[in-house]
Each structure stands twice: as structure tokens, then as C-alpha cells.
Ligand binder design. Structure first.
Ligand code: IP8
Length: 271
């Protein structure tokens, strides 16, 4: 295994949004068809050096909200809430792992709460040796947004987006692919605003400008966390890692982007 640094591997980091693999309209409802299709797309694209991160959707989020896990440890009841939130994420992850492994993908799950500790919600410790070794050996590591321990708060929620950004920067990723349930990044929520304009290409400066405008925009608050994603991904973009935002709910799109082919999407680059 000597002489195979991760900077040479330059992995691709792929995020699959929780809204793609679960139905956010109903608690604990998985979209098994989408999950199976995405597992096939990942297998067929055959990308070497890939890390997958998935979101929480209707598994992690309702429980995290019910017990206010993000705000930290307060009382006994939210301690059980932490366990429940983490547990349902392992269930969702297990379903995705099934879909991948049954299709012959050498995927291995890495539990974020077992290797990451945050401080005020930001990743502070990351025991990444197993992840590095898995990548070097040609496995597909799969991580997810999780309920994690936090040095200040006791515990909190770590979003898959922060994880993607940190992983990509740590491993000097070749690119980040963000699979969501809309076609790319818009200036308003395309699900409620017919006139929402999609960006095909954004530079870091344009993105920052957009961020300051959108900050004041109430409409954008309802875009299913898209704005939060951008804020999380800014450090990786600054690092020079291109980010492609693509519709993972549309069959074949993720596969094509993984294969380096062009599809309708938003590309965010440093310049
Ligand atoms: O869906 C959050 O991950 P995200 C995970 O990537 C939990 O924001 C546990 C709510």
C-alpha cells in the first residue's frame, strides 16, 4: 500500500440528497426505486476513487427536529432522541448499502458518529485512517449526515453537506457532485416560483454575490436547504474543487455526470 497518497487518488465526492432517496412528505418513507436506480448508476459509471455521502431526508430530519438534537444535549429525553436519530440514519444507510452491495459494488459504510466529533457544529476531530485505507484498496466508502458528539453542545447534527466539503478538501478531491431533486442552483425556489432562473455556471465571486442577495430573500428560505448547501461548499470551491449540482431524481443524470458527460446542471468553479 506504500506510495499511494490520497492526493494522487483525487477522489470524486458524490452527495445524494435525502429528498431523492426518501419521501420528505412522510416520516421514514424510503424511495427504494430511486435508491436502486442510483446504486446501478454508481456501479455502471465505474468511477475509481469515489466517496458517497447521503442525506437524512424523512429519516433523520423529523427526529432531529422532534428532539432538537442540533441544539445539543439538554435533558434525558433528548438523549434518547439522539440515539433514535442516529439509529434511523443507520437504517436508511443500511438500505442504501443493500442496494449497492447486492449490485456487486464494494461499498463499505463509515458511521460519522463513530469517527467524527464536532465543536459548535463544525467538524473538529475526524479519525479518517479507515476511510483512507478503504479508498486506497478500491472500496467505495459511504457516509451520511448523522447525529454526532459535540465538544461544546454535547451532541448535534452534522449535515452531509459539511461532511462533503470537509472530505473533498481533506482529500483534495477532483470534483464534488451534489445530487438534488431539482435541475441545479436557482435564484429562487423552482418548486414554488415559475420564474426561478437556473444558473449553468457560477464563479466563486458570482456565488458570493448571489449569497449576499439571497441572504435577504425570504423566498429562498424554502428551497429545501439549497442555500445552506452553497454556504457549506464555499470552502471547497475556494480550494479549487469544482462543484456540479445535478438532478439525481432524473434517471441517468448522476451516471452521466460521474462519467464526465454533459447534462443540465449547475457548475460552480473558483474562476
Ligand atoms: O440531510 C442530516 O443530513 P443532511 C442528517 O445532509 C440528520 O442535512 C441526522 C438529520
Amino acid at each position: 500500500m506504500k506510495g499511494l497518497g490520497l492526493s494522487e487518488l483525487k477522489p470524486t465526492v458524490l452527495k445524494i440528497g435525502g429528498s431523492v432517496i426518501t419521501d420528505k412528505g412522510e416520516e421514514l418513507k424510503v424511495r427504494m426505486q430511486a435508491m436502486n436506480r442510483l446504486a446501478e448508476e454508481i456501479r455502471d459509471a465505474g468511477v475509481q476513487n469515489l466517496v458517497v455521502v447521503h442525506g437524512g431526508g424523512s429519516f433523520g430530519h423529523p427526529l432531529a427536529q422532534k428532539y432538537a438534537i442540533r441544539e445539543g444535549f439538554k435533558e434525558k429525553v433528548n438523549r434518547v432522541g439522539f440515539s433514535e436519530t442516529h439509529h434511523v440514519m443507520t437504517v436508511l444507510n443500511g438500505l442504501f448499502m443493500d442496494a449497492l452491495i447486492w449490485r456487486n459494488v464494494p461499498a463499505v459504510s463509515i458511521t460519522p458518529s463513530s469517527c467524527i466529533i464536532t465543536k459548535n457544529g463544525r467538524i473538529q476531530c475526524f479519525e479518517d485512517a479507515p476511510l483512507r485505507m478503504l479508498l486506497k484498496m478500491g472500496f467505495l466508502p459511504v457516509l451520511y449526515g448523522d447525529a454526532v458528539l459535540d465538544k461544546e453542545l454535547g451532541f448535534t447534527i452534522l449535515s452531509g453537506d459539511q461532511l462533503v466539503s470537509v472530505l473533498a478538501t481533506m482529500f483534495n478531491a477532483e470534483r464534488i457532485i451534489i445530487g438534488v431533486d431539482v435541475d441545479g442552483l436557482y435564484d429562487a425556489d423552482p418548486k414554488v416560483d415559475k420564474n426561478a432562473k437556473m444558473f449553468k455556471h457560477l464563479t466563486l465571486d458570482e456565488l458570493k454575490e448571489l449569497q449576499s442577495k439571497l441572504d435577504k430573500s425570504k423566498t429562498y428560505d424554502v428551497t429545501g436547504g439549497m442555500f445552506g448547501k452553497i454556504v457549506e461548499l464555499l470552502p471547497a470551491t475556494k480550494h479549487g474543487i469544482p462543484v456540479i449540482i445535478v438532478n439525481a431524481a432524473k434517471p441517468g443524470y448522476v451516471q452521466k455526470v460521474l462519467e464526465g458527460k454533459k447534462v443540465k446542471s449547475t457548475l460552480v468553479e473558483k474562476e
